[in-house]
Design a protein around this ligand. Structure first.
Ligand SMILES: Cc1cc2nc3c(=O)[nH]c(=O)nc-3n(C[C@H](O)[C@H](O)[C@H](O)COP(=O)(O)OP(=O)(O)OC[C@H]3O[C@@H](n4cnc5c(N)ncnc54)[C@H](O)[C@@H]3O)c2cc1C
Length: 463
């Protein structure tokens, strides 16, 4: 990285907040993308840590003058290589923008700086025990800004949806350096194109988010977790629509095949409570009264039994509930060392039973296994392509394409919540027409004529 650029960055944020030493920079060069498929980071980078939106703006203007790319950096928990600088870049860490700006009880909203972590937000919310923020991707080290631009989902989307449903306002530094406020605290806004929504899911390619206003919701105090076991994945998948159709909307409905649950439980040293059947559904419900909670749990169990459930148990204590959620949340980490690629495909929810059959058939075709866990009511399945003898299998491209095509054939998507980034970018034309991609490139060019922000992720001006 040119000395002149480093000098300008030091001038903006001060010497203490510019990292040029490679050993101190390492933890800023990669995200959580699986080791064997993540792109190699370029080491000719500089890490800069601004403390204000104005400093972010100055850095972006400097980058435009020198035509040096910027890769915004949140918590580094991303799973698509979006935060990995693959060319000489300024890595702009948001970690110092970590203040809670305002808790607005009258509008039921909270405004935070983009570098506040999910853990930090949850800690803050403990002070306001009547309200909560629903979105919870598995790693609480994720920053709110990162969750916005990845349009994060997680287990609680059944009732409350994904980040897109809760972001009301954003302060953003555009790729050309201007500071703008998109949206606000109003609930409705039909004036012009919705640039706020465009920023959500943009993976650091259209702007750097510096402040976020989020909608909050009244908390239901009675929480229960139900684990129901089935002998067949299809039975478990089929009952989900029936439950939702009855007007029962749990916070979460998660699917795990039993092998995955056992591997995860063992990995974190917990006992898995279900013994019968071969697949499980985990329901998390939050209800206004205990009576409602028990009535809905009972109704769910009845319906599951009609679809062939062989066992069920309710976790009433917070500890038992936490155990089940921990086991579900750790399926990915338990397998991680042996995963070649953790997929994130989704289909219309009614097509999940067919998709699960397809996944098993595809795994069989390649004489391998593909463990499955997923946000089943959202139609979002996480299944893994496994390493072969510790290496990427020679059929990796073929099996991945088969899995993607299985999702697309039902009108689904290659990635529901983890993002396009750098690892899935080459598959854009599997899901979109040339014209659709051309329009996306036009959007990128309108925001970022110099291709400064996170080039290499999603689409580039020059692709
Ligand atoms: C164990 C585990 C479980 C997970 N479970 C889920 C899950 O259930 N659901 C889910 O949706 N995701 C999940 N994730 C993925 C990840 O947590 C989310 O994608 C998260 O939103 C990333 O946030 P981050 O701050 O870590 O972003 P990073 O990884 O740092 O960055 C991701 C992208 O956002 C950009 N970026 C970051 N901050 C900003 C900003 N302020 N302005 C502009 N661009 C920015 C980066 O340039 C990059 O392109 C999981 C990850 C792990 C490791």
């Amino acid at each position: 990285m040119k000395k002149e650029i480093i000098g300008e960055l030091v001038g903006i944020v001060g010497e203490d907040w510019v990292v040029v030493d490679l050993s101190q920079m390492q933890s800023y060069l990669y995200d959580e993308t699986e080791l064997k498929i993540r792109p190699k980071a370029c080491e000719d980078c500089v890490v800069v840590k601004p403390a204000t939106a104005e400093e972010v703006s100055e850095i972006v203007k400097a980058a435009n003058r020198h035509l040096v790319p910027i890769v915004p950096r949140g918590g580094g928990t991303g799973l698509c290589g979006a935060a990995i600088p693959t060319v000489p870049s300024i890595v702009l860490s948001l970690e110092r923008l970590n203040k809670i700006v305002e808790f607005d009880s009258k509008n039921l909203m909270i405004t935070v700086e983009a570098g506040v972590t999910l853990e930090g937000l949850l800690e803050e919310m403990k002070k306001h025990d009547k309200l909560f923020f629903p979105v919870h991707p598995g790693d609480e080290g994720a920053q709110i800004g990162g969750m916005v631009v990845e349009n994060a989902g997680g287990v609680r989307a059944v009732k409350h949806g994904i980040m897109r449903n809760h972001v009301r306002g954003l302060e953003v530094v555009l790729p050309t350096g201007e500071l703008v406020n998109l949206g606000g605290k109003m609930i409705k806004n039909n004036m012009g194109y919705d640039l706020l929504q465009m920023m959500i899911g943009s993976e650091g390619t259209l702007g750097i988010v510096t402040k976020v206003t989020l909608k909050l919701y009244a908390k239901n105090p009675n929480i229960g977790t139900l684990l129901v076991s089935f002998n067949a994945a299809r039975e478990a998948a089929d009952v989900v629509a029936k439950i939702l159709e009855q007007g029962i909307t749990p916070l979460a409905i998660e699917y795990m095949d039993r092998e995955s649950a056992l591997v995860s439980a063992e990995h974190i040293g917990l006992a898995y409570p279900a013994t019968q059947g071969s697949v499980d559904l985990m329901f998390i419900l939050d209800e206004a009264s205990l009576d409602d909670l028990y009535a809905k749990c009972e109704r769910i169990v009845e319906m599951c039994e009609e679809f062939g459930a062989v066992d069920s148990l309710i976790a009433e204590t917070t500890q038992d509930q936490r155990t089940l959620l921990e086991i579900r949340s750790n399926v990915y980490t338990a397998y991680k060392e042996n995963i070649a690629d953790a997929l994130d495909i989704a289909v219309p929810p009614a097509s999940v039973p067919d998709l699960l059959d397809d996944i098993r058939a595809i795994a069989k075709k390649y004489n391998t296994i593909s463990p499955i866990a997923g946000h089943i009511a959202d139609g979002n399945v996480h299944n893994f392509i496994m390493l072969a003898d510790g290496k990427l299998p020679d059929y990796i491209e073929d099996i991945r394409n088969d899995m993607y095509n299985a999702a697309l054939k039902y009108g689904g998507t290659i990635t529901a919540e983890h993002g396009t980034g750098r690892t899935r970018k080459k598959h854009m034309n599997q899901q979109y027409t040339d014209r659709e991609i051309e329009i996306m490139r036009g959007v990128k060019k309108a925001f970022d004529p110099n291709n400064i922000l996170n080039p290499g992720a999603i689409v580039d001006v020059m692709d």
